[in-house]
Design a protein around this ligand. Structure first.
Ligand code: NAG
Length: 232
């Protein structure tokens, strides 16, 4: 649904709910309450092998859990650096990685969640050294059906697809600061419902609840149950 269709749909529900006796709806079993999605955040660097691995694992995890239960996002591990003239940020795998990070952040901001995820998976499928390369970025945007100019993605990333437009660089700055505030230091760090549950740094580490797809699925399902306890 578009935003205006969604608003029309919700207005229709409100009108309907108001038209029937309120006693029917006064308890917590109201069918109209929004369910809360489980935040799943992956601390990554777009050219890091651990990130590509994590993103492929979570592609399977989200498919099993169901995308309607999860609010998936990527947070970028990078260091603010005022002496860097290109991005103002240092990315461990070089400026190409900063470009890849910015591209993914801009697509996350302006495209749908499913298009964004398809875009990221497309970049990864060509190997980590291709992430951030303009030709592949445009190719992946087409594959994910992203309206390059009309959506706002192009001006966010920069007309040359370099990731050096002000808006994109600011998104990367904010993401790096968010990662620091959440205590994310390594790519890949897995946060489920804001709790660090696992790290992949060469190998899986600090994974008390396991690190198989099934383990992450179970963890998300149980967080979903407790987040929505008392809701229908
Ligand atoms: C900051 O950026 C400059 C220029 O890119 C680079 O030479 C330097 O190593 C960076 N410093 C850190 C701490 O990453």
């Amino acid at each position: 649904m578009t935003v205006s269709q969604t608003i029309a749909f919700l207005s229709a529900i409100v009108a309907f709910a108001n038209a029937v006796p309120s006693a029917v709806y006064h308890d917590s079993q109201s069918p109209f309450q929004e369910h809360i999605r489980v935040p799943v955040e992956l601390g990554v660097m777009s050219r890091c092998p651990d990130a590509l691995l994590c993103e492929s694992v979570f592609d399977q995890v989200v498919k099993q859990v169901g995308p309607q239960k999860v609010d998936l996002s990527l947070i970028y591990v990078a260091t603010l650096n005022s002496t860097d003239t290109e991005f103002g940020i240092t990315c461990m795998h070089g400026p190409g990685e900063c470009a890849g990070n910015v591209q993914q952040l801009c697509v996350a901001k302006y495209a749908s969640p499913s298009a964004w995820w398809k875009f990221v998976q497309c970049q990864n499928s060509h190997g980590r050294y291709q992430v951030g390369i303009p030709d592949l970025t445009l190719q992946c945007a087409r594959a994910a059906n992203i309206d390059w100019e009309g959506s706002g993605v192009a001006s966010c990333i920069g007309p040359d697809v370099s990731g050096k437009a002000e808006e994109g660089k600011e998104l990367l700055r904010q993401s790096a600061l968010l990662g620091k505030s959440l205590g994310i230091e390594k790519s890949c760090t897995v946060l489920i419902n804001r709790k660090k549950v696992c790290v992949h740094d060469g190998t899986w580490q600090e994974c008390d609840g396991g690190h198989d797809v099934e383990d992450f699925v179970q963890r998300i399902n149980s967080e979903y149950e407790s987040l929505n306890a008392g809701r229908n």
